[in-house]
Each structure stands twice: as C-alpha cells, then as structure tokens.
Design a binder for this molecule. Structure first.
Ligand code: ADP
Ligand code: MG
Length: 377
C-alpha cells in the first residue's frame, strides 16, 4: 500500500503567491519529498490521505497534535479501525519543524514497533502507515500518523494518568468540611487547598499498582531491546488496554502500550552509550537530570519510569513546583511516603531516581525487582 510522494493539492490561489514565496514553497516540498523517501527506504509505508477516514471520536489531544479514531481503507487490505494522529502545520517555519518531528516520531515508533514477536502482545503501540498532504492554497501541511487503535473499551482512550485519577481510587475522608466516616485505609492522603479542606485518601490497591508497574517495566524493557530511548515517559503517554473478553481497562487484567515517540532517539548500546541531542526533550518533573544537558542514554528512561511508578504509588506527586529543585523536592517527599508504607518498592524507586545514570538499574533489573516484590506477598 505505498503511494509514492505526498499528495499536493494545487488551486488557483497558488498563482497569487509571490515569486520568492513560491520558491521557498517549492524548496519545502522538495524537503518533504526527500524526508518521505528516506522514511520509505527504511520500510515506512505511505498511503494516500484519502485512504484515511478520520470519522471517529476525538481520542486525545497533546501538545503537538490531535488524535482521532478512524478507518484505514488501504487498497487490497480490509478496512481497519485505527487511531490517527494529525499534525497540522501552517507557514514555512512551522511546517519545517513539524516535518522534523513527524519524521522522527514515525521512524522511532516504526523501529520500536517493528520488533513485535509472533504471539506475544507488544507493549508499544504499533504504527501502521502514514500520509502527508500538502495544501498549497493555504500554505499548510497535514502530517498523518496511522496507529493501532488502543482501545480502553470506553469511548475515549484511557492512559495511566486517567487510571490514577479514577474516582474509584480516591476516598473522601472529609468533604465539604464534614467528616465522611470513611475508614482510613491508605497512607497517601491529599488535602485540597481550599478553605474547607477536603481530605482524600488514594486507595488504589497495592496489587493493582504492582501489576501496572510490572506492565510498565515490561514496556520499558521491550523498548530498550530496540536500542531506543523514548525520553518522555509519563503516565499520560502510557495507554491502558482492555484485554479481550472485557470492556473495561480498569477492571481487566491490564496491558499497557507506550505512545508518543516525538522525542525518541536511538542509542548505540555497545559502542556509544551516550547520545548528545540538539533538542530539548521530556516533561518537567519526569525528565532525568542529564536531559538538561541533552544527554540521552537507556538509563534516562529508567529515571522517568521511576517517577511514573512513584506517581502511581502516591496518586498525587506534584504540588505546584516550577523549578528543577522544586520537582526534586516533590519527588523526594513522595519517596519518603512510599518508604513508610512500602520500603521494598521505595528502595527500587530510589535507585531509578539516582542522579548518576550509571548507578540506576537497567530495564531488565527493574522488571525482575518488581516481579520479585510481586511474588513476595
Ligand atoms: N494509538 C492510540 N490509540 C488510542 N488513543 C491514542 C493513541 N495515540 C494517542 N492517543 C490519545 O491521544 C493523546 C495524545 O497523543 P500523543 O501521541 O501523546 O500526542 P502528543 O505528542 O501531542 O502528546 C493521548 O494521550 C491518548 O489519549
Ligand atoms: Mg503525549
């Protein structure tokens, strides 16, 4: 299902572009074509934009694009339910930077999801194909990334952040200024800052936390085996899947899938373990200290996964910090809470959060440690 070069819609209005603008525009189209050729040379499949019907519900919105449910009608293959990430760029500069991002996201996700082994469920969302549509009359470009639709069994997708925030995991101990009489069954208490001081306990069961943490560590290990670092691990980039036979990702035995490869990069494990990037990556609070210096290595992801699991444990990690120092303090405060209730988990998370990447556990070690804790009780 490969359809050559991007679709270019020309209209009358193109004639009104100034000569210099049309030269720049022509150069941009050449850049887009060569980026697409480069992607095809490593096996990325392109379809026509008209093969993709973006008819379904809005699944999510991120910093870079919108993701909708839709159908892929590629010639010669049955129609398939998919998720489509659309990055819509207008103006030469935005198009140039979005092209770089689109190419990186597509290549990295393709490389990571290309490793799926027969019979084993992958914990990385699969990219299927992509399309590029250049619209000359509005000087804009639509980049479309077609992925497997990760279904939570509900209308919208559900990520680990949604699971943490689910009402079922929060018990009101004091509400509207009145004690509810609920029994305290959690060491993770949150107080609202409003004057009436509502108090909530985060009560996700330890068993569920461990199941999810092991799933996340499996996803991390799968990615590490492709020598790719994601560089933006956080609860909202990990989707929960409803396994077959159930329609509710929350109740089902969970399976998670990693998405959003916009910041990802490759690392050569054996010869060159560290890579220096010329772009900033990650999300404040979740990023490892070395990210600030553009350094990326497998252990960089271990740090962010540690923060993600820490958040899963305490329910609410951030209390308004805005500086690196502030994020560090909030992480350490949460870690102390875990230490009091669950020292085995706290000890492995503390290792993931070590400032020196060389002393953090590997993905495989993290997975084994979590599995061991899971078996211990
Ligand atoms: N394959 C998918 N299946 C279902 N929902 C998805 C899929 N990919 C993304 N989403 C939804 O779209 C949101 C934004 O996607 P993401 O790739 O994280 O975009 P951004 O780079 O803008 O953060 C996600 O948080 C999720 O809710
Ligand atoms: Mg995202």
């Amino acid at each position: 299902m490969d359809h050559g070069h991007p679709t270019i819609r020309k209209t009358e209005m193109q004639a009104s572009l100034s000569t210099s603008a049309s030269k720049q525009w022509a150069a941009l189209v050449t850049d887009i074509n060569s980026a697409c050729d480069e992607m095809k040379s490593v096996g990325v499949t392109f379809v026509r934009p008209s093969d993709i019907a973006m008819s379904g519900a809005l699944l999510g919105k991120g910093a870079n694009g919108t993701v909708r449910r839709g159908t892929l009608h590629a010639p010669g293959t049955p129609a398939r339910d998919v998720a489509i990430k659309m990055i819509h760029a207008t103006g030469i500069d935005d198009i140039k930077s979005d092209l770089v991002e689109f190419q990186n996201e597509m290549l990295m996700n393709h490389r990571a999801s290309g490793r799926i082994r027969e019979g084993k469920p992958s914990r990385i969302a699969e990219t299927i194909c992509c399309a590029v549509e250049v619209v000359c009359d509005t000087a804009s470009v639509r980049f479309l990334i077609v992925m497997e639709h990760v279904s939570s069994g509900k209308r919208n997708s559900q990520d680990v952040a949604d699971l943490i925030q689910d009402d079922r995991h929060w018990k009101a101990l004091r509400y509207n200024g009145v004690d509810t009489g609920a029994k305290l069954s959690s060491g993770f208490i949150e107080t609202e800052t409003d004057p009436i001081q509502d108090v909530f306990a985060y009560v996700m069961s330890r068993k569920r936390k461990l199941t999810l943490a092991v799933e996340i560590a499996r996803s991390l290990r799968e990615l590490a085996l492709s020598d790719i670092v994601h560089l933006d691990w956080k609860p909202s980039n990990i989707l929960a899947v409803a396994r077959s036979g159930t329609h509710d990702a929350e109740r089902a035995c969970p399976l998670v899938k990693l998405i959003d490869f916009g910041d990802a990069t490759t690392v050569a494990r054996e010869h060159e373990p560290t890579k220096t990037l010329d772009y900033t990556t990650g999300t404040p609070g979740y990023s490892a200290p070395e990210s600030e210096y553009g350094i990326a290595l497998l252990a960089t992801d271990v740090f962010s996964v540690g923060v993600t699991i820490l958040e899963l444990w305490v329910g609410c990690l951030w209390h308004g910090a805005t500086s690196e120092r502030g994020y560090h303090e909030e992480r350490m405060r949460a870690l102390q809470k875990v230490e009091r209730s669950d020292p085995m988990v706290a000890s492995v998370l503390a290792e993931c959060l070590r400032p020196d990447p060389a002393t953090r556990p590997t993905a495989t070690q993290l997975l084994h440690r979590l599995k061991k804790i899971q078996k211990a009780r």
